[in-house]
Design a protein around this ligand. Structure first.
Ligand code: PLP
Length: 229
């Protein structure tokens, strides 16, 4: 039986490689995060068997259930990428390796305090509401530097960079307009935090634009696992 998910991963990787080449970038600096939200554990296993290790989940309880079920595959790297309420931080602190959607100091502080002593620091990205949309989570760009200054005191967190979900559009020039703002913000933050290595932008529909704009981690769901209900 052919593994459709493995084929899809190959296709996305080829696309990443082609986009990197066109942008004059090293494809090895772009990580592929497979977004498995709403998809069954059996799909994750198919991707795993194809050699894939980085998976993203949006809903805390669903993610924790999958992590628990796949404990026998300890080299999976689990990324939480959804909105998080403060009463659910412990589940993320105890189960995930990355958290991409930090948008409040309160959430960060709780994740820090709840991260188990034996565990490596939780990798985090600060989520930016790059198009300043009413309906979106994430901090406004002008609040980034004060937020980063606050996060430096949290020793069980390792701040890796920034994440955004730009306003949805299929028009590449509009995608680039949003994503360039993220690239500029990321480069500015790196002046003060040179250890930052992660710009988490790019999904199935704006992958090419995101790579043009310096993405180091693309979060791809539909193009790997198919459409969601
Ligand atoms: C669902 C989701 C993705 C993946 O989106 P696709 O369009 O299916 O590739 C990426 N990032 C976040 C934060 C998501 O919620």
């Amino acid at each position: 039986m052919t593994n459709q998910i493995a084929d899809n991963i190959d296709t996305v990787k080829a696309q990443i490689k082609a986009c990197a080449k066109q942008a004059g970038r090293d494809e090895n600096n772009i990580e592929l995060l497979a977004v498995s939200k709403t998809k069954p554990v059996s799909d994750i296993v198919l991707a795993y068997e194809a050699g894939h290790r980085n998976f993203g989940e949006n809903y805390v309880q669903e993610g924790v259930d999958k992590i628990t079920e796949l404990k026998h595959l300890p080299d999976i790297i689990w990324h939480f990428i959804g909105p998080l309420q403060s009463n659910k931080t412990r589940l993320v602190a105890e189960n995930f390796d990355w958290m991409h959607s930090v948008d409040r100091y309160k959430i960060a502080k709780r994740l820090n305090d709840q991260r188990p002593a034996f565990a490596a620091p939780l990798n985090i990205c600060v989520q930016i509401n790059i198009d300043e949309e009413e309906t979106k989570t994430g901090i406004l760009p002008q609040n980034l530097m004060p937020m980063l200054a606050q996060l430096t005191s949290l020793s069980k967190l390792r701040v890796r960079g920034l994440m955004a979900i730009p306003k949805s559009t299929k028009v590449p020039s509009e995608q680039i307009a949003s994503l360039r703002k993220m690239q500029t913000l990321f480069e500015a933050a790196k002046q003060s935090y040179p250890e930052f290595d992660t710009l988490s932008i790019g999904m199935s529909n704006d992958l090419a634009s995101a790579i043009t704009c310096g993405s180091t981690m693309v979060r791809v769901g539909t193009a790997i696992f198919g459409a969601r209900d």
